[in-house]
Design a binder for this molecule. Structure first.
Ligand code: NAP
Length: 246
């Protein structure tokens, strides 16, 4: 049996890093992308190798078409034909109302969270359609249905686009044997909250979560792992909420 070869965007930290390690222990070889933090990418690659997977790290911005091509080309050259994609890379911007948001922040959120997912999915679809098999999992957010008023409605809107893409692409690629699903995390303990200027957000909002606490990256990775596995062979077009009930 050949090992699955999976590209995880934004695999250096947070949910992406936990996903890489989980998939390695499931038997995948990994190509992970990142933008800024070389040390974090190397740490995750070491953990992947420790879990039994091969791993290449590629500094590649998902919102840049040539970077996306280099990511997939490197994965195929170093590891073999790409069989899976986890569209995990995503960004937020400083907290606040839309009326106060900067155009540059709106543009960046849309470019990474929507265009980036489209570019990576298009490249994967081209490769997977030729092979008549493949699996794509998109990392959306519960924000897509909550709307996130006063925090980041533009981020919520970008994740609603990811949900729509999941449904449409699953229908488009199903006849080619390619499954497309999404995981929608709620509030998860990662560095994304500090990046938007609110490191205390997970603990502050914990009382609003029916299960009474934020999630851990490994709990999101477990859902992604299932959707990437043959155990979910009849599941496509699903948006699986993993939010502690929020
Ligand atoms: P995180 O801790 O901030 O990590 C983000 C990862 O993405 C890092 O590895 C970062 O690498 C990489 N990255 C950022 N922009 C990128 C780009 N343009 N191209 C490639 N890589 C890029 O975030 P996280 O909390 O794990 O979030 C992961 C996903 O889950 C995102 O899509 C996010 O929207 C979603 N999500 C998170 C939560 C939550 O509460 N944490 C809730 C719902 C949904 P560098 O640091 O090297 O740039």
């Amino acid at each position: 049996m050949t090992r699955p070869v999976t590209v995880v965007t934004g695999g250096s930290r947070g949910i992406g890093a936990a996903t890489c390690v989980r998939l390695a222990s499931d038997g995948h070889d990994l190509a992970l992308s990142y933008v800024r933090d070389d040390a974090a990418a190397e740490r995750t690659a070491t953990a992947v190798r420790g879990a039994g997977g091969r791993c290449v790290t590629v500094q590649a911005d998902t919102s840049d078409e040539s970077d996306v091509d280099r990511l997939f080309d490197t994965a195929a050259r170093e590891l073999g034909a790409v069989t899976g994609l986890v569209n995990n890379a995503g960004v937020t911007s400083p907290h606040g109302r839309l009326a106060d948001a900067d155009t540059a922040d709106l543009r960046r959120v849309v470019e990474v969270n929507v265009l980036g997912v489209l570019l990576c999915s298009r490249r994967a679809a081209r490769m997977m359609t030729r092979r008549k098999s493949g699996v794509i999992v998109n990392v959306s957010s519960a924000a897509a249905t909550l709307g996130s008023p006063g925090e980041y409605v533009h981020y919520a809107a970008s994740k609603a686009a990811v949900d729509a893409l999941t449904v449409g692409l699953a229908k488009e690629l199903g006849p080619d044997g390619i499954r497309v699903n999404a995981v929608s995390p709620g509030i998860v303990e990662t560095e994304i909250h500090a990046a938007m200027g609110d490191p205390g957000r997970p603990s502050r909002l914990a009382p609003t979560v029916p299960l009474g606490r934020p999630g851990r990256a490994e709990e999101i990775a477990a859902a992604i792992s299932w959707l990437m596995s043959p155990e979910s062979s009849y599941t496509t077009g699903a948006v699986l909420r993993v939010s502690g009930g929020r």
